[in-house]
Design a protein around this ligand. Sequence first.
Ligand code: ADP
Ligand code: MG
Length: 460
Amino acid sequence: MKELIESKWDDILLLLETNYDMTPIIINTFIRPLKIYEVKDNTVCFYVEENRGEQAVKYLIKKEYDFFLLSAIRETLNNIDIDIRVDEKKNYIKETEETSREPMTVSDSYLAAAAKSNLNPRYTFDNFIVGDSNRHAHATCLAVADLPGQDGYNPLYLYGNPGLGKTHLMQSIGNYILQNNENLHVLYVPCETFTNDIIDAIGHNATSKFREKYNNVDVLLIDDIQKLKDKDRTQSEFFDTFNYLYNANKQIIISSDRPPKDLTYLDMRITSRFSGGIPIDIHEPDYETRIAILHNKADLDHIEGIPEEVFVYIAENFTTNVRELEGALNVLRPFSLTGEAITTERAIATLSVLVDKQGRKSLTPDYIIEIVSECTGISNEDIRSSKRSQDIATARQTVMYICSKYSSQPLTLKAIGRAVGGKDHSTVISGINKIEAKLKEDQVFKDNFEKILKMMNIST
Ligand code: ADP
Ligand code: MG
């Protein structure tokens, strides 16, 4: 049977791709490195060669993918009695299992390297909870972290709604790479920093300094690329940096709140580059994942004594955004600090401030501004300011419109005007009308608008 499976190995891998929805990068990282070393009583025993796939072993032991592999083997061989196991070979697996359970050792030199790379050492793969919503994204990030700069895996383009773990995952890649090799030059930048560096360089005639900073890296991570300004010069400088690194086989990792094709205001040359690597999306966590994230966070932050019903209450009410899920848990932190018992009643009474009667997050003007800001990249201050540039005015008008239609408490025009920094009621009416018109005329705007509503759990 060993020979039979080996001769059909390519068919099995192909089946995983076509029928089991596994991406080539996951197959190449987690399945292809497996080798058969024996078949005993219909059980196929796999191992991984020691020079490959440390992560493959780790994740097969966690049984992330073995079910798919088993199904594909049974289907290909048309034999449902086959079983598989990923087994010890020279105790290799045992060793990795043990080391993987040890808490990450953090050396001073690693911390210095992380700081220089602008990475937060708190973001690691170890404390990222994996569920169906992010399994592909997580596995792909691990694969890239294991071997940065591989052909075909560049750039890694990670996208999804705010608060779903993009920054966490991309920084985990950076930290992982530095843990394995502190000498690699990793650089994480929020898109704003990147843009400001470009504007500064142009303003001070110092583009060579800019290039020195960005062209010298082995791994460049740019967070929230949707905030790249649609100014020609910013884009062309970005394009040059991208090409330079790409041609030198340096790994580029980009995050965004939307797929490349929806960055319609960016140059096509850029968006088609983004689509050319691996675009991978991350979804809202399902209920089990939310519960696991809450337990993990409570453990990490030593928030103790929370009754299980409270975890359930939070997981049921905060469904679309991990940052908010964690925020809800933070509200309970003071109880834990004072050593007071957190009764279910008290916890829910405390949390209910954040949740309205329908069990929805309370739609106050402040909350609406926060979400619009997060989705548009326009700061809260700008929304409340009297600045009139097009993108700021549109974000402000969007807030007015959502306040008028969807706020939990009915708001007068005056109250809406006050919420966005003291505008009079005629400005509010005109703002609401502008959004109404835009929603009819502008499909891209409408898509973005619906995204914002979705973030607030509003169904239309
Ligand atoms: P994004 O960049 O997509 O807006 P972040 O990466 O900032 O989201 O995630 C928001 C918060 O939620 C962070 O504190 C992050 O650590 C946490 N988080 C998100 N997803 C997970 C996960 N699967 N497991 C553990 N923590 C998570
Ligand atoms: Mg982020």
